[in-house]
Unconditional design. Structure first.
Length: 187
């Protein structure tokens, strides 16, 4: 028989369902980057162990082994619907994750620290899917929309990425300003 909890206290910190956390793992004596998960459920076992049911995030380096990682932002993660149960003792601390659609600008790291999610990884098909994909099942789509809304409420309105036409217009405007400045200085 299991008892379900909304939160747990661990070394003076409270962790709740829907918190995003880093999990420690030691792979055969080698220290690795922590795993990143969202807590979906907290249960107490008969033997006194506290377990957390989690949903995984993946780093680009975990799914593109041996490939060039320079094209990925160091903060980039991929959300997944892969779930597991792990011991609560593996929790290191909470972390911040921003769910940003691919048409939105990624917030500045110094102003808004934390990880960035723009795609979902399916470990079964080994495919990346945009957050805005219409083919997600309704409950999955609802979950993603909830995270995007949470990010928007935290960060405010996130500006859209400028199109190439907008960038070209900005460059032309900047050139005009430089020319006008040059003319004013000459006069």
């Amino acid at each position: 028989m299991r008892s379900h909890y909304n939160a747990l206290d661990f070394y003076g910190h409270t962790y709740k369902i829907k918190d995003t956390v880093l999990l420690a793992h030691d792979s055969h004596g080698q220290m690795n980057k922590p795993w990143i998960v969202i807590i979906k459920d907290i249960t107490g076992m008969k033997n006194g162990n506290i377990m957390i049911y989690v949903q995984w995030f993946y780093r680009p380096s975990e799914i593109f082994i041996g490939k060039n990682m320079e094209s990925f932002d160091i903060r980039e993660l991929f959300y997944s619907f892969h779930k597991d149960e792990v011991h609560a003792e593996t929790i290191m601390h909470k972390c911040i994750i921003h769910f940003i659609t691919e048409k939105s600008q990624i917030p500045l790291r110094k102003k808004y620290p934390g990880f960035i999610v723009q795609k979902v990884y399916n470990p079964n098909t080994k495919r990346l899917i945009k957050l805005t994909n219409k083919d997600f099942l309704p409950d999955m789509k609802s979950e993603i929309e909830e995270f995007v809304l949470k990010t928007t409420s935290h960060l405010g309105i996130i500006p859209a990425i400028k199109s190439e036409d907008d960038v070209d217009e900005m460059e032309v405007d900047q050139r005009r300003c430089h020319i006008l400045y040059f003319l004013v200085v000459l006069v």
